[in-house]
Design a binder for this molecule. Structure first.
Ligand SMILES: Cc1cc2nc3c(=O)[nH]c(=O)nc-3n(C[C@H](O)[C@H](O)[C@H](O)COP(=O)(O)OP(=O)(O)OC[C@H]3O[C@@H](n4cnc5c(N)ncnc54)[C@H](O)[C@@H]3O)c2cc1C
Ligand code: FES
Ligand code: FES
Length: 497
């Protein structure tokens, strides 16, 4: 099957590559096809950050500004950077050898020992530099910790690297010529899929094109950010003869508020989707920052998390507790269903062969909403949940007016805690009510034991998290939020302290 040429801008020059297979990863392209081995391969599954590169595309504001994202090249398909600008660790130093501030700060702060992780760290630093330093914003240690949570270092230790992140803004400013780059990107902007409707890598730009291609090519592998699918390639050695990439579809990249809802297109990145959710519900900030690491959140999409349907996925318990609907689209039209009804069994969903996830519709916060999202995992950053529990109560005059509970890690699918909701609604909000809800969760779910946690531990967590929710509602505990002051401010806003 023919595949259209892959074109991107690197070091200000157009790179055009022919015959790149649809399932070639960006890392293999860089290291094996282009012999740019400065980008390293560690885990090959998005966990270590050694392969981090930065991509940029027009910010979509009609001007010349660009949007930069640090991503894991090991699990990203090469064709997904078609029409973008790309930087690797080899592209940062100036022509005369002067280091970029991200590199200079790593040297000055002694941020490297064996050096294997260093190209990846430097690229995450470069992404942060473009996102913050160039815009006149300081890098705080908190911001640095969050942006570097997807990069692992086994020998230097993180303090010097965090110091480098905070200090790179003190060097003379180095800027990308965005006007010139934006002009080059406009020249290579991908055309509509109509011209490549039978190709091996289909990348439609509009929803009607996507739906027509989905109907015409039921065997094509649908991909979004590839943070799940990429591992099928690198770890399971699966091959795809034809790929249908949804991330260029304008309608699926849209985030908007309409009629009491936040509508999040399926191809909106996890980073942008969580930013929008946190803007409405600041208490979700810590939970959002614990979904993978930033490079995964930069590539991965909310629609991909929902469609993948993992029972230990994190956004689904949250979206279920928020009362979100998933909107599915096909050439036959659209249908919307409550997210909890989308899941039929272990990794089985209602998605028909010709459908895609188009968007998620999330109701705006209700008056009296008391919401907490808990993720329990072995490692604080960049780890998969053993249990995820999200509880959304509407409290009025000390009574529970409504309750929605989403749970992950305790059943074959992401699930709604209906028994606990029934135990709470209409009751006075009290420790006894919270304990009754915990018991109802334990009665409803029969978790399994696996490498992440035993069934007994998971069941105990369900009760313990309801107890923790009660304590937090009384202002006594602030353990899920990193800053006690912020937690206290939240409780005051919620009228609970
Ligand atoms: C290091 C690492 C850490 C991770 N940490 C977490 C974590 O903390 N919490 C968590 O929940 N997940 C985590 N994940 C899993 C993954 O990042 C998420 O599931 C992500 O949301 C998947 O989105 P994607 O866009 O990358 O999907 P893809 O990998 O592109 O696709 C996933 C599945 O969804 C389908 N799909 C994608 N978009 C659509 C659409 N619009 N319509 C129909 N089908 C579609 C694809 O066909 C495929 O079956 C992690 C992954 C990695 C590699
Ligand atoms: S090689 Fe480890 S994240 Fe890519
Ligand atoms: S410097 Fe050796 S792994 Fe980081």
């Amino acid at each position: 099957m023919n595949v259209k040429p892959l074109r991107f801008i690197r070091r200000g020059e157009l790179v055009t590559l022919h015959g790149v297979p649809p399932d070639r990863t960006l890392l293999d392209l860089l290291r094996e096809d282009l012999a740019t081995t400065g980008t390293k391969e560690g885990c090959g599954e998005g966990d270590c950050g050694a392969c981090t590169v930065v991509v940029a595309e027009p910010a979509g504001d009609g001007g010349d500004s660009l949007r930069y994202r640090a991503i894991n090249s090991c699990i990203r398909l090469a064709h997904s950077v078609d029409g973008m600008a790309l930087w690797t660790a080899e592209d940062l130093a100036a022509g005369d050898g002067r280091l970029h501030p991200a590199q200079e700060a790593m040297v000055a702060c002694h941020g490297s020992q064996c050096g294997f992780c260093t190209p990846g760290f430097v690229m995450s630093l470069f992404g942060m530099y473009q996102d913050h330093v160039v815009r006149g914003e300081a890098i705080t240690p908190e911001l640095a910790r969050e942006a570097l949570s997807g990069n692992l270092c086994r020998c230097t230790g993180y303090r010097p690297i965090l110091d480098a992140a905070c200090q790179m803004g003190q060097q003379p400013l180095v800027q990308v010529d965005e006007g010139a780059l934006a002009a080059r990107l406009r020249e290579i902007a991908p055309a509509s899929a109509a011209s490549s409707g039978s190709g091996a890598y289909l990348a439609p730009r509009a929803l009607t094109e996507l739906l027509a291609l989905r109907a015409a090519h039921p065997g094509a592998q649908v991909v979004a950010g590839c943070t799940d699918v990429g591992l099928w390639v690198t770890k399971q050695h699966r091959r795809f003869g034809q790929v249908l990439d949804v991330t260029g579809v304008a309608e699926l990249r849209t985030l908007r508020e309409d009629a009491g809802h936040l509508s999040i297109g399926a191809a909106v990145s996890l980073a942008d989707a969580f930013n929008a959710l946190v803007a409405q519900r600041p208490q979700l900030a810590a939970f959002a920052s614990r979904f993978a690491g930033l490079p995964v959140r930069n590539s991965g999409t909310l629609g991909g998390n929902v469609a993948n349907g993992s029972p230990i996925g994190d956004s689904m318990p949250l979206l279920i507790a928020l009362g979100a609907e998933v909107v599915l689209a096909s050439v036959r039209g659209e249908r919307a269903l409550p997210l909890e009804d989308f899941y039929l069994g272990y990794r089985k969903t209602q998605l028909a062969a010709d459908e895609v996830v188009a968007r998620l519709r999330v109701p705006q916060p209700a008056p009296g909403e008391f919401l907490r999202a808990y993720k329990i995992s072995k490692r604080y950053d960049d780890d998969i949940s053993a249990v995820c529990l999200v509880v959304n109560l509407q409290l009025q005059d000390g009574q529970v007016r409504s309750a929605r509970i989403g749970a992950g890690g305790v059943a074959a699918t992401p699930a709604r805690g209906t028994g606990a909701e029934a135990a709470l609604v209409g009751q006075a909000w009290s420790q006894d009510a919270a304990r009754a809800a915990g018991a109802a969760l334990q009665a409803q779910f029969r978790p399994i034991s696996d490498m992440r946690a035993s069934d007994a531990y998971r069941r105990q967590l369900l009760a313990n998290l309801m107890e923790r929710l009660w304590l937090e509602s009384q202002g006594a505990a602030t353990i899920n939020l990193e800053r006690p002051a912020a937690a206290q401010a939240l409780l005051s806003e919620e009228g609970l302290a």
